[in-house]
Design a binder for this molecule. Structure first.
Ligand SMILES: CC(C)(COP(=O)(O)OP(=O)(O)OC[C@H]1O[C@@H](n2cnc3c(N)ncnc32)[C@H](O)[C@@H]1OP(=O)(O)O)[C@@H](O)C(=O)NCCC(=O)NCCS
Length: 154
């Protein structure tokens, strides 16, 4: 995995909400209308979108300044729309994006990042320092999810 990332001239940069659609659509909302890729809060001033590029955009994620009432931490961000194009999955691309978000948020003195993880992605988040909080719940048209969180203060 790491050999691939070392060999590629990839880079991560901040992007705008609509840029995420070329990855969100095939990976997270295949076969659904493009409007299904518009997420609440996408265009808020406090929302940040990141893209990771090889020669093309290959992965995206978004962080929203949003408190989860289950957590007491003061400054919380929600990770959303974590997606890597299929041919690039399992090569360390998602890990690079998560690591980038963590250091970005630590610089902003954020306390915690959380997400609603698809059941199939739970182990990916666990490997990247997230823990499950509570029981699974169902999101309509998508499937079972778990809320997961990671403290950023340690
Ligand atoms: C989930 C996803 C973002 C992970 O990105 P990725 O680039 O494929 O993951 P990485 O290659 O960086 O994997 C990092 C580690 O997590 C593991 N991992 C990745 N995806 C996994 C999965 N779905 N289940 C279990 N482990 C997974 C990898 O094996 C790797 O482990 P290692 O460090 O021990 O080798 C990507 O596979 C994806 O877009 N999947 C489809 C959409 C999706 O489910 N998004 C999450 C919505 S909540």
């Amino acid at each position: 995995m790491f050999d691939f990332m070392k060999k590629q001239h990839y880079y991560i940069k901040q992007i705008i909400a609509t840029d995420t659609h070329s990855v969100r659509h095939p990976v997270l909302r295949p076969g659904k209308p493009i409007e299904s890729c518009f997420f609440d809060g996408d265009n808020l001033d406090t929302t940040i979108h990141f893209g990771i590029y090889d020669t093309i955009l290959i992965g995206v994620c978004s962080i929203l300044k949003k408190r989860n009432p289950n957590f007491t931490a003061l400054t919380q961000y929600q990770l959303r729309g974590m997606a890597v194009l299929k041919p690039y999955q399992g090569l360390g691309v998602g890990k690079e994006l998560i690591t980038y978000c963590d250091s970005f948020l630590k610089k902003k003195h954020a306390d915690l990042i959380w997400c609603n993880a698809r059941e199939i992605a739970v182990d990916f988040y666990k490997k990247n320092g997230y823990h499950i909080i509570g029981n699974s719940f169902h999101i309509k048209n998508i499937g079972p999810h778990f809320t997961m969180k990671k403290n950023l203060t340690q």
